[in-house]
Design a protein around this ligand. Structure first.
Ligand code: HEM
Ligand code: HEM
Length: 207
């Protein structure tokens, strides 16, 4: 039989990791993606700081959950939840370092850095989402409690986040639907004619 203390610690572990990986990390990715078509230097700067700060907080939250589980759980790492979890912690820290030590915008390595940071960011988030599902199963196995309500709620939440991710991709296109027939002469200042690098000029020094 599990002690109430251990039960409480498992709940804190689950909550911390959900708050980090299931909520803050994806929210921060959605926020960062708002800069994709943004032209104002001030807003680019705000979006950058929001991404950096929320991701650092989410890494710290997940680390608190990790320290807790290492302190109170058995550290046998003999099932998938525990092993994927360990891999998750390592990749998450690599990702945070990759974010902090980035080549300057406009420099040669920046594109390859972006590809890496993006692929790793998406992968580590997916790994985390998988581990929330396996964590709920581990909780069910240990306590014989029903977890289906949490599984459903989490699935709805993640589907919503995925939907927003896809919507961001299409947003400009959706807006353009209403203006495609407007008969307006093209100006040299039109956004399409300005090179993307110029759009980011005033923010390029810091992000
Ligand atoms: C990204 C999310 C998560 C990660 C990375 C993670 C990671 C880990 C790790 C590494 C362990 C082994 C700790 C040790 O023995 O020292 C563990 C154990 C455990 N975790 Fe999680 N966890 C996550 C989410 C969850 C959630 C949402 C729950 C649900 C309440 C949960 C429930 C458990 C339970 C019951 C154990 C005890 C060992 C077992 O039966 O496998 N975890 N977790
Ligand atoms: C585990 C933590 C992190 C995750 C999961 C993550 C994830 C991501 C993802 C998915 C993107 C691409 C967004 C898009 O599609 O446009 C991105 C962009 C970016 N991230 Fe992170 N990130 C993390 C931490 C950080 C940190 C700590 C920093 C800096 C201090 C940082 C700096 C950046 C920058 C500058 C970009 C934009 C790159 C560009 O547009 O050229 N990231 N991040």
């Amino acid at each position: 039989m599990m002690s109430p203390k251990l039960l409480f610690e498992i709940k804190v572990h689950g909550f911390l990791l959900w708050a980090s990986v299931g909520l803050l990390m994806p929210a921060s990715i959605l926020i960062k993606r708002m800069s994709n078509r943004e032209q104002s230097g001030t807003r680019l700067r705000i979006i950058f700081y929001l991404h950096a700060i929320t991701q650092v907080v989410s890494v710290l939250l997940a680390t608190a959950g990790a320290v807790m589980s290492i302190k109170y759980f058995d550290n046998s790492f003999n099932n998938d939840h525990q092993r994927i979890g360990l891999a998750f912690y390592i990749i998450m820290w690599l990702q945070a370092f990759l974010g902090i030590f980035r080549p300057q915008r406009g420099s040669k390595g920046r594109s390859i850095w972006f590809l890496f940071h993006w692929v790793m960011g998406i992968s580590v988030s997916l790994l985390g989402v998988i581990n929330i599902y396996t964590g709920l199963q581990a909780y069910k196995k240990r306590t014989s409690k029903n977890v289906s309500i949490w599984t459903v709620i989490f699935t709805v939440e993640i589907s919503l986040i995925l939907f927003l991710y896809l919507l961001q991709e299409k947003w400009e296109y959706i807006k353009e639907q209403g203006s495609i027939l407007r008969n307006k002469p093209i100006q040299p200042t039109d956004r399409e004619l300005v090179s993307p690098r110029c759009q980011h000029k005033d923010a390029s020094l810091i992000i």
